[in-house]
Design a protein around this ligand. Structure first.
Ligand code: HEM
Length: 246
């Protein structure tokens, strides 16, 4: 109910802007320009989908990354040194991402261990089919366990441990965003994987460049809030940060 009210208010505001001839080259304007084919409800849900898929997932990925780095001072220092070697006194930004492979490895290892979306949205079998030797009758709904794939002992050595170095192995292509199952797979693979990588790694790079992070939370920091769609930390990250001497 609140979701619909919020989306409707947002759409109404944008309609007023367009009516006052302030058009933008944006997704909302594109959807509203197709208003004859799309119902208001469809427009609201399409906007809602992109807000949820964009904001929640990236925040969850960034929080787990900072948790692991705050806990592991040796790997945090290695990342800091790699950033410093590449950027000098410049601020870390998107252009530097490919020059700091360790940051990419940290990104992928966090997505593997703490897969923000642990299950692929359900697939519906329209006809009888067979996958991996299993018979799937028409009408079934299938859920793929992303978390299970990313923690599979047959695929990953010590999967429960956070070891970014595994992605520095030359068997992995540094430009491949799909080294793990974190973004799903096939035709409906995540449409925002590149954007996620750019935003998350730039943010992490800046936060590590400016501050030294120390974990202060006690007990099991790895519990997950299972009520939500994403694997949020059950207990929010608790750290102290100290500005670095640049
Ligand atoms: C850590 C960040 C993210 C993770 C782990 C993630 C994960 C996923 C997964 C598992 C799916 C389902 C794929 C499938 O069904 O096979 C998905 C779909 C999708 N994601 Fe993401 N996502 C993330 C960020 C984003 C962002 C930032 C955007 C938007 C810019 C986005 C847009 C989408 C869209 C539009 C779909 C639906 C694609 C379709 O059904 O064709 N995602 N994502």
């Amino acid at each position: 109910m609140r979701k619909r009210a919020l989306m409707k208010a947002l759409v109404d505001e944008q309609k007023k802007r367009i009516a006052s001839r302030m058009e933008l080259n944006s997704y909302v304007d594109y959807l509203l320009s197709n208003a004859e084919e799309l119902t208001e409800e469809q427009i609201c849900m399409l906007i809602w989908e992109s807000i949820v898929e964009t904001s929640d997932t990236i925040v969850v990925a960034a929080e787990w990354t900072m948790y692991e780095l705050s806990k592991d001072k040796i790997r945090q220092e290695r990342l800091y040194k790699d950033i410093k070697n590449v950027c000098g006194n410049e601020k870390f930004s998107e252009e530097y991402i490919s020059k700091v492979p360790y940051l990419g490895a940290i990104f992928h290892e966090t997505l593997r261990k703490h897969s923000p979306a642990p299950i692929v949205p359900l697939r519906f079998a329209h006809e009888d089919t067979e996958i991996g030797g299993y018979h799937i009758p028409a009408g079934s709904q299938i859920a793929i366990n992303i978390y299970g794939c990313n923690m599979d002992k047959k695929e990953w050595e010590n999967p429960e441990q956070w070891i970014p170095e595994r992605f520095l192995d030359e068997k992995y292509d540094p430009n491949d965003l799909y080294k793990t199952m974190a973004f799903g797979g096939g035709k409906r693979i995540c449409a925002g994987s590149l954007q996620t990588m750019l935003i998350t790694t730039t943010t992490i790079g800046r936060m590590i460049q400016e501050f030294e992070w120390n974990l202060i939370e006690k007990g099991d920091g790895e519990s997950v809030d299972t009520v939500c769609f994403t694997t949020r930390k059950l207990n929010p990250l608790l750290v102290t940060i100290k500005p670095r001497k640049l």
